[in-house]
Write a protein of this length. Structure first.
Ligand code: NAD
Length: 330
């Protein structure tokens, strides 16, 4: 069996080669993307494991069909870069890795919450200037005394709720679907508004949809408990960034942990050291004293990277051997 991988980063190559040895599968690792130019390299392979970032060109699906390729296994949870209908019409199964490590994102979320609540960034910058005083700006609060609202109580939301609960927090939540597992950990509210009005920390874990773009905007920030903290480790589109920065400046919110920025596409995950960033809003976000911005890094752990590589390769083998996979999304 021969599998072609695209967009492979060095750390993934090591894991893929280990997997190949154990599973006795031949791999070809390509650092570049799957494009109308590179698709010809798939000839002679049995399957594809990909980490597509930009939308996949529509012309590629019929070419793969011609080659007898039956699947593309994506090494992420999101599959919005594929035309799922067109793939299906061409007999191509798209699969993802839906749950590669919810704990990674959950633990990161709580890490950032604690950093904001205990003013760690400010303490560190004071210390670097040899200022060792205790002053009001660095005075923190006790997380365990706080109420946390989890918006979206699926895999990651539930894992996050459990950790906050472990600190002693009261945890409330909102979801369009109330899960029995989450009910054991948190108290469901009937609307986002009811959840955020009682919360000191609001943590977003729902997917972006056509009707929740910029759901967290100036109007909603006015309804937050004064001095609350917003955490967005889900998707940038959920939050109106300009409104968020204004709410922080007006003192409506006390801090924000932003791992997903609505216009992150051109910048993440790339090294912009010494290069111009033309997005003024992004610069304002990065440098805002009440914001901890991280570059979509909440997922990024040893465990998650391994699960993503192996999950996609296993799904590829499933389709080649059985004609389908439990991870198929179309
Ligand atoms: P999931 O499908 O397990 O859970 C999502 C939950 O959101 C579901 O329970 C669903 O019912 C709920 N939901 C959907 N629409 C809603 C709405 N309008 N209002 C309230 N709840 C709604 O997904 P997950 O694996 O827990 O992922 C959650 C989010 O985290 C996704 O947006 C995903 O893209 C993001 N994510 C971020 C990172 C990162 O590194 N920052 C990594 C992985 C996933």
């Amino acid at each position: 069996m021969k599998i072609k991988l695209f967009n492979v980063r060095g750390e993934e190559a090591v894991l893929a080669e280990q997997w190949a040895k154990v599973n006795q599968v031949e791999l070809s690792l390509d650092q570049g993307p799957l494009t109308p130019d590179t698709v010809k390299e798939v000839q002679g392979f049995d399957g594809i494991a990909n980490a597509q970032i930009e939308p996949l060109d529509d012309s590629i699906y019929p070419i793969l069909k011609e080659m007898g390729i039956k699947q593309i296994a994506q090494r992420s949870a999101g599959v919005d870069m594929y035309n799922l209908e067109l793939a299906k019409e061409n007999g191509i199964i798209i699969s993802n890795v839906p749950s590669y490590s919810p704990e990674s994102i959950a633990e990161f979320t709580v890490t950032i919450a604690l950093n904001l609540i205990r003013k760690v960034e400010l303490i560190r910058s004071n210390v670097k200037e040899h200022n060792f005083t205790w002053d009001l700006p660095i005075r923190g609060r006790v997380l365990g005394d706080m109420t946390v609202a989890i918006i979206g109580t699926g895999r990651i939301g539930l894992a996050t709720a459990k950790i906050f609960k472990g600190f002693g927090c009261k945890v409330v939540g909102y979801d369009i679907y109330q899960s029995p597992a989450a009910k054991e950990v948190l108290e469901y509210k009937d609307s986002v508004l009811e959840a955020i009005q009682v919360a000191d920390v609001v943590s977003l874990h729902m997917p972006p949809t056509s009707d929740n773009s910029h759901y967290f905007n100036a109007e909603l920030f006015k309804q937050f408990k004064k001095g609350a903290i917003l955490l967005n480790m889900a998707r940038g589109a959920l939050v109106d960034t300009a409104d968020l920065l204004a709410a922080l400046d007006q003192g409506l919110l006390d801090g924000a942990g932003i791992d997903t920025y609505e216009f992150e596409g051109p910048y993440v995950p790339k090294n912009f050291q010494g290069k111009d960033i033309t997005d003024e809003l992004f610069l304002d976000l990065i440098h805002h004293p009440k914001v901890i911005y991280t570059p979509h890094a909440a997922y990024y752990t040893d465990e998650a990277v391994k699960n993503l590589v192996e999950g996609a390769l296993n799904a590829t083998v499933d389709v080649i051997k059985t004609g389908t996979t439990a991870m198929r999304v179309n």
